[in-house]
Design a protein around this ligand. Structure first.
Ligand SMILES: *Cc1c(COP(=O)(O)O)cnc(C)c1O
Length: 396
């Protein structure tokens, strides 16, 4: 099928919920992708931070191949070892409690919201509320959607779930005012990803933690984008002054296989009981085997140090470019704020032409999520391409 054929059939047969770039990818290896015409691309988006170890990482491929030929799925009515080992690994590397598996990020959020609401009911709260930051992104199922203020405004999808409110990012006073005895949880991303890479300040994190401790609310950190090494530690919260009660993971966790997880502290690990939650696919042997291979590779001090060092190198090189106003984020999760006169969407499209994949989450911002294994020459190549693209835009 040619690209034109694909585009015509996609339009005929797929619900038109995405605006896709006119490229068909057919192969990937490490930081590189190739399209159906043989053109090579440097991938600084990695499937929105899913293929964080690079495309087709040999250990992940081997784990999937090995598990697929032995056993793919049995349901949660039985025991399988990959799931149990993965839960142990997630718990011991973070909050020390229990894990609920899901198949996506938004479902991990659903689990966290269920825990928070149930915990609040146990305290006698009748109408529990969840507080998030404006422009947070937590997913697209209805509870996660209600906690995603921008998208929850879409009245055509209403009515929305009740009991959600939001305050401006890093507004400590507003956050403190919003959290009171009816608050079940503060649910926030440590660094807003979809909004364009906006970090939560340490001050706001400390205030959120304190407000939760004073009221009995749970602090939920959505690490679906920031987790699994992206910021230079296994979990982003580990580089902040706070520890959450719940954390959610997905995206990079499966290295390309769909899997999500909600991880608790020991105290929050017994809130959900039989009948409260479930999933047919979740924690399946295939996805769990892939995730174990991912954690084997990522939970490595040397790799994580590399993420921090390369993140710093990338940030500093970007700051040198004409047209770059600021660089936000941590590790290899960077938002490049462009000068006001520059049309970021045009720059993004130009970069795709030149063979560099980035994305443009909002006007004025390029989002960079390169593989954690990206090497210094690839960083140099990306910076050169971005510099050229900004220059060609400025001279037009
Ligand atoms: C991607 C993302 C989600 C949703 O994950 P899905 O797997 O698309 O459901 C939720 N929260 C954050 C922070 C994300 O980046």
């Amino acid at each position: 099928m040619t690209l034109a054929d694909l585009q015509a059939k996609e339009e005929r047969y797929l619900m038109q919920t995405y605006r896709r770039a006119p490229v068909e990818f057919v192969r990937g290896e490490g930081a590189l992708l190739w399209d159906s015409e043989g053109k090579e691309y440097l991938d600084f988006l990695t499937g929105i931070s899913v293929c964080s170890l690079g495309h087709c990482h040999p250990a992940v491929v081997e784990a999937v191949r090995d598990q697929a030929q032995r056993l793919m799925h049995t349901s949660n009515l039985f025991y399988t070892e990959p799931m149990v080992r993965l839960a142990e690994r997630l718990s011991e590397s973070s909050l020390g409690g229990r894990v609920f598996f899901s198949n996506s990020g938004t479902e991990a959020i659903e689990c966290a919201i269920k825990i928070a609401r149930k915990q609040a009911h146990r305290r006698g709260v009748e109408s529990p509320e969840i507080v998030s930051f404006e422009r947070d992104f937590h997913g697209r199922t209805y509870a996660a959607l209600a906690a995603t203020p921008n998208l929850a405004e879409n009245v055509a999808l209403g009515p929305m779930l009740e009991g959600f409110r939001s305050v401006p990012l890093n507004d400590v006073g507003a956050l403190r005012d919003a959290v009171y005895e009816n608050t079940a949880a503060v649910l926030i991303e440590p660094i807003q990803g979809e909004a364009g890479i906006y970090p939560v300040s340490d001050e706001a994190l400390v205030a959120a933690r304190a407000a939760c401790d004073e009221t009995g609310a749970l602090l939920i950190l959505d690490e679906i984008q920031t987790g699994v090494g992206r910021t230079g530690s296994l979990w982003a919260y580990q580089q902040t002054p706070v520890r959450p009660d719940l954390l959610t993971s997905a995206k990079a966790l499966g290295g390309g296989m769909p899997i999500g997880a909600c991880v608790t502290t020991p105290e929050a690990g017994n809130v959900l009981e039989p009948g409260d939650h479930g999933s047919t696919f979740a924690g399946g042997a295939l996805a769990s085997a892939a995730a174990l291979a991912v954690l084997d590779a990522v939970d490595d001090p040397e790799l994580l140090r590399g993420v921090r060092e390369r993140g710093t190198a990338l940030r500093e090189a970007l700051m040198e470019l004409d047209g770059v106003r600021e660089v936000r984020g941590r590790g290899l999760m960077l938002g490049v704020g462009l000068d006001e006169a520059i049309d970021a969407a045009a720059v993004g499209a130009g970069l795709l032409e030149r063979g560099l994949i980035v994305n443009v989450p909002e006007p004025g911002t390029l989002r960079l999520l390169p593989p954690l294994t990206v090497d210094p020459p690839q960083i140099e190549r990306a910076v050169t391409l971005i510099g050229e693209s900004l220059l060609s835009y400025a001279t037009r």
